[in-house]
Design a protein around this ligand. Structure first.
Ligand code: GZL
Length: 320
């Protein structure tokens, strides 16, 4: 594959003529986690749009939340001799072997959206937000909003073992340090889905005096928050006032909830991780320019003060 030659030249550095292959000749294998949330579905849509824009042949594989399916897909991409591999790793561990196989095949790997606990030499770059910062922004919002008043918090964690679940928890807890009025009384995974988010919130409400002991919910993504909001309403409580709701992703539906006063804050995660990834790949292919190991995407706080209905209208259709 012409592109592979360019890659090996790049590693040799001296005296290579880089491939004149245009993006249109490039084939990229993308191993996507699944379609567990509105954000994930948008990321898939945007990735396909970004590939289309560049004339790139995207081989798409949906892992349905299973790491073994992702590893199988990566091995198939390697066997096909793709020019590059994109992967959104469902969990952070267990990637060294297959990433080593891609490296041996001189196929660059770019991580989208989540990171792995593996040697950085095993991937070209990771395009992700600062997941710890996202949790920190959510926590700081709650600290400011409760202003010292006692507040029992329940937490819906993302997929166990995933980098967002680990880091968003870490960042949130860091923000609460020194603010003893805030106590995380229950914390459990809702696996980033609405269904599980509703189910686990129902159990929290039952366990906490029908929800009367709960002052706030922190959900690692909006989909779990939307499921939890349903559970809070079915328990006869008002989400957004009886129980504050703060989450992450900034998908359209959370703005609808905000406009209805049923959610309070969200931290935005762009679904466009693939654009910067394709650009980094093209720059490397053109002249061997190595991207930094981390290409960070922005994280912005939205609250009810940000005209949520307008934001909802603007975001709808952007791949969601
Ligand atoms: C976070 C991303 C998470 C989203 C969820 O970077 O991996 O996965 O917050 C999605 O909506 O399921």
């Amino acid at each position: 594959m012409k592109f592979v030659k360019a890659l090996s030249c790049a590693t040799v550095l001296a005296g290579c003529v880089f491939s004149s292959v245009s993006a249109a000749d490039m084939t990229v294998g993308f191993s996507q986690i699944g379609s567990e949330s509105g954000w994930r579905a948008a990321e898939t849509t945007v990735t396909k749009q970004e590939a289309e824009k560049r004339g790139i042949d995207l081989k798409f594989a949906d892992a349905q939340q299973k790491q073994e399916n992702q590893i199988k897909a990566l091995r198939s991409f390697i066997a096909q001799g793709v020019d590059a591999i994109f992967v959104a790793p469902v969990v952070a561990t267990g990637w060294d072997e297959v990433l080593g196989e891609a490296k041996d095949a001189e196929i660059p790997v770019i991580l989208l959206d989540r990171t792995v606990d593996a040697d950085k030499s095993l991937y070209m770059t990771a395009v992700t937000s600062d997941l710890v910062h996202e949790g920190n922004v959510a926590g700081k919002w709650l600290v400011d909003t409760t202003a010292g008043k006692p507040c029992n918090v329940v937490e819906l964690q993302g997929t166990t073992g995933s980098s967002p679940a680990i880091d968003r928890k870490k960042g949130f807890e860091e923000a609460l340090k020194g603010h003893d009025n805030l106590k995380i009384v229950r914390s459990q995974t809702g696996d980033f889905t609405r269904t599980k988010g509703k189910e686990v919130m129902e159990s929290f409400l039952k366990a906490e005096n029908g929800g009367k002991n709960i002052c706030a919910l922190y959900a690692h993504n909006d989909d779990m928050a939307v499921g939890a909001i349903q559970a809070i309403k079915e328990a006869g409580l008002k989400p957004g006032t009886d129980i504050l709701v703060v989450s992450i992703d900034a998908v359209p539906d959370i703005f609808q909830a905000m406009a209805a006063g049923e959610a309070n804050a969200t931290v935005e995660l762009t679904p466009n991780m693939a654009g910067p990834a394709f650009d980094a790949l093209a720059a490397f292919k053109k002249d061997g320019k190595e991207p930094p190991k981390w290409i960070q995407t922005e994280s912005k706080l939205y609250t009810q003060a940000d005209e949520p209905q307008k934001v909802y209208e603007a975001k709808k259709g952007l791949g969601y």
